[in-house]
Design a protein around this ligand. Sequence first.
Ligand SMILES: C[S@@+](CC[C@H](N)C(=O)[O-])C[C@H]1O[C@@H](n2cnc3c(N)ncnc32)[C@H](O)[C@@H]1O
Length: 234
Amino acid sequence: MEYQYGNDKNYEDFASGRVLHNYKGITNFPARLAQEIFGRCLKYSHKKSDICLYDCCCGGGYMLTVLGFMNVQIISEIIGSDINPDAVYKAQNNLELLHTDGLNKRMEQIRELSREYGKESHEEALQSAIKLHKKLEGSNIITRVFTANVFENLILNKTPDIIITDVPYGEIVTWEGADNGNIDLLLDSLYSICNNETVIGICMDKSQKNTNDKFQRLEKQQIGKRRFEILKRR
Ligand SMILES: C[S@@+](CC[C@H](N)C(=O)[O-])C[C@H]1O[C@@H](n2cnc3c(N)ncnc32)[C@H](O)[C@@H]1O
């Protein structure tokens, strides 16, 4: 796959643990690939601004937060949910960084660490935070996270324009809340919260298959051990 939207730039400002929080046992997602999937979804979306973005397996919210910073001018709302309440708490902490108050608090935390330990990494983190702070100027992204099993009666109170999700692959995290969770069941669940305009970018590994005929496949791409598909309801 050739990148079309995830530029070959330096993504170190988004490195996990630098400004965005890094949590043990919680997986992240490559920032460049997230931006590529978002760009491709946006290409198929009839809406190009005021986007409501949802991730139904948001983990610690790393991907959602990175996408928020990179697309601050066109995303107006970010919603995340996960079956694991601890992950949801962590996602909340990461998504707070998309609000000036939350980022100011994080900057103060980094300054304190820098005063206490005087490490170069803290100074670098502060420089990254200043750049991220600039990105937020004039923005007002609404963020919301909640605990939910994606296989059970999802209620969102809003139809998302774009859903991007990175499902469990079974190495670090596995499906929970269903005896045999799979992509087809996940799509059955998402069907009810989408309309015909919602674009879904779903990232999985090579062993996972989508055979759900309620959705049409707009794209199928492979990158390393990951695959992603872009779908819309039929
Ligand atoms: C690969 S991780 C997602 C990482 C995330 N994209 C990020 O950037 O941090 C997959 C997530 O799916 C969640 N999960 C597993 N079973 C689920 C279910 N039935 N409903 C909702 N989330 C589930 C796990 O708790 C885990 O956080």
